[in-house]
Design a protein around this ligand. Structure first.
Ligand code: ADP
Ligand code: MG
Length: 682
């Protein structure tokens, strides 16, 4: 017997060249091969009489060869072999193109099983290039459900199929990890049967059952992993914070907190006094005021003698947080520092020294914060803003810098509940479902190029009233193939030909950190009227005076991304607008964007985006923080996900620490999945 970890080169017919092709599918070991699941099946189980064959519907039938195949050479490179076959119900002419060899194997008077589709023309029905096998042969391509595998250049379905079959013949599939009671309760196939059935099902129903089992297993392992993480954290003891008076903090705020903000702060304060590390997600739509909730948490931490770290996904955002939080917290006796990649080495070193010496209470930064060189004197709280940009890996590396610090995660992407459970199943959740008072919904319009003059007039109107505008373009440089508004070119056009009297600023991701900061803070300070930008402004940037955002070629963006972008306006008291331009004529795309114009509800938009585009696109091309699921499709298999989540919670309660081989195997699998997930997340 071979082992799952053996390389596929131990299989017959797989040498270095083939192995390379398999590597392109991420298949290196027998286990990879056995876990390379079909993407579809062809049902070739039923034999149909010739008279029942339907045009263009591939099917299997059994027939006798009625003459000796005859090949004619039509012209150079074109040979035609013809043969007639018949069953009790009728006759059929078969034609083979350039396939003399295959056709030559058909013997007059013998019976074969064929698979192919008939095509009809004025002479009568015929079939081109059918596949065939003898009735006493092992069913390989006929009389079976044929798996259709994901393929890559040079690898045909039959090569993959054969390799998988061989692997299964010499090696046991992965061990069972689901307890029997659970399988019984949820009608789940045993592992061994599922692995055989997914690759060699005897019926389509069996293939379905096998797939269901493997999807269930994937979700189960992941949810169980999250639940175990949550459970193990509640075992950890930390010194409970003392009850701290928040009124100096409240008094320093320029506004009254919303009910939702106050509630979230109460929940956090309760967590901090509990004596186990906090693990909380604050989820709130753009503009719901998450920063102040984070500030309150930092305040409580510092007043309890520990340090806090706030990690933002971009430098711009880190800088903006630094500006607003140092203004708020410094007068309250809290020392705030900024640590980003664009500081000079000397500045970085000094800041790091101050952090390590405990002279800094709150550090705000980007990924630089997780760099090894940063050490804290006593890190009590880690805040991750816009969490989905970080992987679980980064989250945990930052946590490792303290001894089990409290964790607060803030997400502005309203995540559909099912996905939230997957991504944050190890966290408790506070929801900011209330916007600060006086906010009106942003009016959104979808227009085409014929509105250009009116868009420009509207930009002018807003700036005349003293407001500012964003113009978002999907690309930085002009791109020959796609007629997208490149930010650089568009900024120049607007400045030179449309608004020579206004100040147009440009911001894009290819600019240096310091440059970006200068542009962004300049815009926030009112130094420019219009900011032309790529999606770097998507996350969190706060300019309350901006009242209009024009999103060019909006059909290029996902709905959730559009929602994030739209959230850049409507942050002050004045009425705000969002204009989407698109010359895409696709009715579905248009319907999607029209639906977006009608609602400001981020959760609704997120659900719709998940349904339309799946979770990968949902989070943009950036890492989603989700593991790679091999069988499961998050948008299609939601029901199974819910069942698996429920089952995993039950399992942990009943036998999470059981010493059975299954429980052991499950824990191993969880470990593997999280390793793999982290690999793709950092
Ligand atoms: P987000 O949840 O998108 O991170 P922010 O924390 O950036 O939102 O807050 C958005 C804007 O609303 C900021 O200008 C902030 O100062 C302001 N703000 C936050 N809370 C309140 C409140 N309770 N009342 C009025 N304005 C608020
Ligand atoms: Mg924010």
């Amino acid at each position: 017997m071979a082992r799952l970890s053996d390389p596929i080169t131990i299989l017959k017919g797989i040498g270095p060249a083939r192995a390379k092709q398999f590597a392109a599918l991420n298949i290196f070991t027998l286990e990879d091969l056995i876990c390379h699941f079909p993407r579809a099946y062809e049902d070739r189980t039923r034999l149909i009489p010739i008279e029942k064959l339907e045009t263009d519907q591939p099917a299997c039938f059994k027939a006798t060869v009625m003459n000796t195949p005859r090949t004619s050479h039509i012209r150079k490179g074109l040979d035609l072999t013809k043969v007639q076959v018949a069953d009790y119900s009728g006759r059929l002419n078969l034609t083979f193109f350039n396939n003399k060899y295959a056709a030559g194997q058909l013997q007059y008077g013998k019976e074969y099983i064929f698979y192919g589709a008939v095509s009809g023309d004025f002479i009568g029905y015929s079939m081109t290039n059918p596949i065939f096998e003898t009735p006493d042969s092992k069913p390989l391509t006929t009389r079976r459900v044929l798996p259709v595998y994901p393929l890559t250049a040079g690898l045909s379905n039959s090569v993959v199929l054969k390799a998988v079959q061989e692997a299964l013949a010499i090696c046991d599939p992965p061990a069972e990890i689901l307890p029997e009671e659970l399988r019984a309760k949820y009608g789940i196939l045993p592992a061994e049967r599922a692995y055989y059935a997914i690759h060699q099902p005897t019926s389509m129903q069996e293939a379905e059952l096998a797939k269901k089992r493997l999807i269930f297993e994937e979700f189960f392992v992941f949810s169980a992993g999250l639940a175990l993480m949550r459970a193990s954290r509640t075992q950890i003891k930390t010194a409970p914070y003392k009850n701290t008076d928040l009124s100096p903090f409240y008094n320093a705020l320029p506004f009254t907190l919303t009910g939702a903000q106050a509630r979230a702060i109460r929940e956090i304060s309760h967590d901090l006094r509990r004596g186990t590390p906090m693990n909380r997600l604050v989820q709130g739509d753009v503009g719901s005021g998450k920063t102040m909730v984070a500030a309150a948490a930092a305040y409580l931490t510092v007043k309890n003698g520990q340090q806090a770290a706030l990690m933002a996904p971009t430098e711009i955002l880190a800088e903006q947080h630094y500006a607003s939080l140092s203004k708020l917290l410094t007068p309250l006796g809290i020392s705030v520092s900024l640590l980003t990649g664009s500081l000079t080495p000397k500045q970085k070193r000094q800041t790091r020294e101050a952090i390590e010496a405990g002279n800094v209470d709150l550090v705000i930064g980007t990924h630089a914060l997780v760099a090894d060189a940063t050490a804290f004197s006593d890190l009590g709280l880690v805040i991750a803003d816009e969490q989905h940009r970080f992987g679980v890996g980064q989250r945990s590396r930052l946590s490792a810098k303290g001894s089990d610090p409290h964790l607060l995660v803030m997400s502005a992407t309203p995540i559909p509940r099912t996905l939230a459970l997957l991504m944050y199943g190890d966290l408790e959740v506070s929801i900011l479902d209330e916007l600060p008072p006086g906010r009106e919904p942003v009016d959104t319009f979808l227009v085409d190029e014929s509105y250009r003059a009116r868009i420009n007039a509207f930009i002018r109107k807003q700036t005349m009233e003293g407001h500012q505008c964003f113009v978002v373009c999907p690309a930085v440089e002009e791109n020959g193939d796609l007629d997208l508004k490149a930010a650089t070119v568009w900024a120049e056009t607007l400045q030179k030909t449309v608004f020579p009297d206004l100040k147009i600023a440009l911001l894009h991701g290819q600019m240096k950190g310091a440059e970006k900061e200068a542009v962004m803070s300049g815009f926030a300070a009112g130094n420019a009227d219009v900011l032309v930008a790529t999606t770097v402004i998507e996350v969190g940037v706060d300019v309350p005076n901006a009242t209009l955002i024009v999103i060019e070629d909006a059909d290029r963006f996902g709905l959730s991304q559009l929602h994030q972008l739209r959230g850049r306006v409507g942050r002050g008291q004045a009425k705000s607008y969002c204009i989407l331009t698109s010359h895409n004529k696709n009715p579905e795309t248009n319907q999607r964007m029209k639906a977006f114009c009608k609602t400001n509800d981020g959760f609704k938009i997120a659900e719709e985006d998940l349904r339309l585009r799946g979770p990968g696109d949902f989070f943009g091309s950036r890492q989603s923080g989700l593991p790679v699921f091999r069988v499961a499709n998050l948008s299609l298999d939601l029901q199974t996900l819910k069942t698996a989540q429920q089952a995993s919670v039950e399992w942990i309660e009943q036998c999470g620490t059981a010493q059975t081989p299954e429980a052991e195997a499950l824990r191993n699998r969880i470990g593997q999945l999280f390793l793999r997930a982290q690999g793709t997340m950092n």
